[in-house]
Design a protein around this ligand. Structure first.
Ligand SMILES: Cc1cc2nc3c(=O)[nH]c(=O)nc-3n(C[C@H](O)[C@H](O)[C@H](O)COP(=O)(O)OP(=O)(O)OC[C@H]3O[C@@H](n4cnc5c(N)ncnc54)[C@H](O)[C@@H]3O)c2cc1C
Length: 292
């Protein structure tokens, strides 16, 4: 049963931020409620006030400029991102990732910031991919705003770096560097369900075809998305080959911190990370090499 709460509907971002400042210790932001209502029904979240930002059109936008890249407003839905011609042109991997998120019904209603702020390591497809894309998030409060790498946003199990006076207002994806590509996949038993694990990889190749830079991010391999930095290091300066992919997969499996649950054992998750890392690095690398 959901505990009684007072529903607040701000008309502007400024109004939302001042409501947040007024009720900071006893309120939650809601932006569709697809995840929040589940945890409220389970009694895991009890709040006196809900501040509904769903209708704030000023936070629903997608823009691009050559210097700063993509800027996606917090309330932008998954489906809007998936269908955006601008995103298809400037960051096509994001369209592929969005297609893997739940069902069309969920994507029609769920927001990018709701997905990232909820921080469910199991159901989160966006965080690993966006971290692989070096994404930053803009957080705002009535006192001002700050920008932080998404990689530093997650601090623990369903916990993040936002204070109780802040909300996420924007997701910033930098321009894709030359000869760079990103790949993402998740392994799941039921199509479009949460992933048993997910792996995102970004590879930049130099003129000789060697790996200049790499990012590998593991989803549902721990309580927060994990950068497999040892695996990334294995790749730098090297040429693509089966032995190298084996080494990278092995390193990523070693960096993961998976648990056993009803969906999969820890060993199975590690095995999947090993396999999917090899595949995603190879896919990103080959795509990047074709761009030279
Ligand atoms: C059945 C089901 C299947 C799903 N499968 C997947 C999947 O396969 N892959 C995947 O990635 N996701 C999946 N999701 C998550 C879904 O895609 C939504 O992105 C997610 O539920 C967020 O929903 P929402 O926008 O309604 O946010 P809400 O439920 O309204 O909010 C979620 C959390 O974020 C906070 N919040 C919301 N907006 C902000 C903001 N701007 N600033 C700060 N905090 C904020 C809220 O306080 C709350 O804690 C699934 C969800 C469901 C219900």
């Amino acid at each position: 049963m959901i505990h009684d709460f007072t529903y607040l509907k701000p008309g502007t971002l400024q109004e939302a931020l001042s409501m947040l400042a007024d009720h900071k210790d006893e309120c939650k932001i809601i932006c569709g409620g697809q995840s929040l209502l589940v945890v409220m029904r389970q009694g895991m979240v009890v709040t006196d006030y809900l501040i509904d930002i769903k209708g704030l059109d000023e936070l629903s936008y997608i823009t691009y400029d050559e210097k700063e890249g993509l800027k996606i407003g917090a309330t932008t839905t998954h489906r809007t991102i998936e269908k955006s011609e601008l995103i298809k042109q400037k960051c096509p991997i994001l369209v592929d990732v969005e297609k893997k998120v739940a069902s069309i019904q969920i994507r029609n209603w769920g927001s990018i910031a709701g997905n990232l702020a909820h921080g469910d390591a199991q159901a989160g497809d966006l965080a690993p991919s966006l971290i692989a894309l070096s994404t930053k998030v803009k957080l705002a409060s009535s006192k001002g705003s700050r920008i932080m790498p998404l990689e530093e946003f997650y601090t623990g199990f369903f916990e993040n770096a936002m204070s109780n006076e802040e909300l996420m207002v924007e997701v910033q994806v930098p321009p894709v560097r030359p000869r760079t590509a990103t790949a993402y996949t998740k392994f799941n038993l039921i199509g479009n369900d949460q992933g048993i694990v997910g792996v995102a990889s970004t590879v930049t190749v130099d003129q000789s075809g060697a790996c200049q830079e790499a990012r590998i991010v593991l989803g549902n391999a721990g309580v927060i998305p994990i950068r497999a930095k040892n695996a990334e290091q294995v790749l730098r300066g090297k040429k693509l080959g089966d032995k190298l992919l084996e080494e990278a997969g092995e390193a990523a499996a070693g960096e993961a911190e998976p648990v056993s649950d009803i969906h999969a054992s820890e060993e199975y998750r590690r095995h999947l990370i090993r396999v999917l890392t090899k595949r995603m690095v190879k896919r990103a690398w080959e795509q990047a090499a074709r761009l030279t």
